[in-house]
Design a protein around this ligand. Structure first.
Ligand SMILES: C[S@@+](CC[C@H](N)C(=O)[O-])C[C@H]1O[C@@H](n2cnc3c(N)ncnc32)[C@H](O)[C@@H]1O
Length: 262
């Protein structure tokens, strides 16, 4: 695996990330499943729980779509809160974990394989669309993903998502003090990719600034209602990739945006 920064189109991003998440899903669930909770809604490595943050508001009776649902933990928790929740994910292996947890917990979440950039739902199907570190930073065509969320939401519907805080893109993916160095420009949107020996992309992440997200949401008829930049909780010592207490004490690792479709 060779890390690099270079443009990569949406179809290639999807192909690479589907294979990567299929291959990584077992390890991902083994490593992070307990922290996420089989029936739990955690927005980010800082451990922000929807039960406390209430970014989605009251979901009882609401039709909810989780985009990039992984093993469906968030959608499953919302189901226990009375929502009619559905999950969508690019990785079939992640969805197989969702099915496994459905059976273990006896809380079932209907799921479908697909991409955030082509949602397989009719217009005006959902009251809420959300993504907890799901698809938004894994798609090349964020404009399409936001347009799709707007299309499947009813007027007045809510869209919310968490992503890596854009500031983190300026630094190496290293949670220790050695990673506290700015190595790239905040405004450099060149995607992060991993390549195999033949130069084929095996994984891709796409960076947008906070201003990009504001423009994308406003440009699709959304009114932004919240921007959360969670502080690292004292006593929380769990390291997850580039997230950990050392950097967490200094600046945010996550941005959570919420918006209403006018
Ligand atoms: C970090 S996980 C987050 C899932 C869940 N919220 C969790 O915390 O485990 C990211 C998920 O996004 C999915 N994903 C990546 N690209 C996607 C796309 N274009 N459309 C839908 N899901 C995608 C991955 O397969 C993966 O399951």
């Amino acid at each position: 695996m060779r890390p690099a920064r270079r443009p990569v189109p949406d179809a290639e991003t999807q192909r690479a990330n589907r294979r990567d998440w299929d291959a990584y899903a077992d390890e991902y669930q083994a490593t992070h499943g307990a922290f996420l909770g089989d029936v739990g809604f955690v927005w980010c490595p800082e451990g922000v729980q929807e039960a406390d943050a209430r970014v989605l508001g009251d979901v009882a009776g609401r039709r909810v779509l989780e985009v990039g649902c992984g093993a469906g933990q968030c959608a499953r928790w919302l189901t226990t809160q009375g929502a009619r929740a559905v999950g969508l994910d690019l990785s079939v292996r992640q969805l197989q974990h969702s099915r496994r947890i459905d059976e273990e917990t006896r809380v079932g979440v209907p799921v479908v394989a697909g991409t955030a950039t082509a949602l397989p739902f009719d217009d005006d199907t959902f009251d809420v669309v959300f993504s907890a570190f799901g698809a938004l930073q894994f798609v090349a065509d964020a404009r399409r993903a936001v347009a799709e969320a707007a299309r499947v939401l009813v007027p007045g519907g809510r869209f919310a998502f968490s992503v890596t805080h854009p500031l983190r893109w300026t630094m190496p993916d290293d949670p220790t003090s050695a990673g506290l160095v700015v190595t790239g420009a905040y405004w450099d949107r060149t995607p992060y990719v991993e390549e195999d020996e033949a130069g084929r992309v095996t994984y891709a992440e796409h960076h947008r600034t906070l201003g990009d997200w504001v423009a994308l949401l406003a440009g699709h008829g959304f009114r932004i209602t919240r921007l959360e930049e969670p502080e690292w909780p004292s006593g929380h010592d769990r390291v997850w990739g580039g997230w950990g207490p050392e950097r967490g004490a200094l600046f945010p690792g996550t941005a959570i945006l919420a918006a209403t479709l006018d």
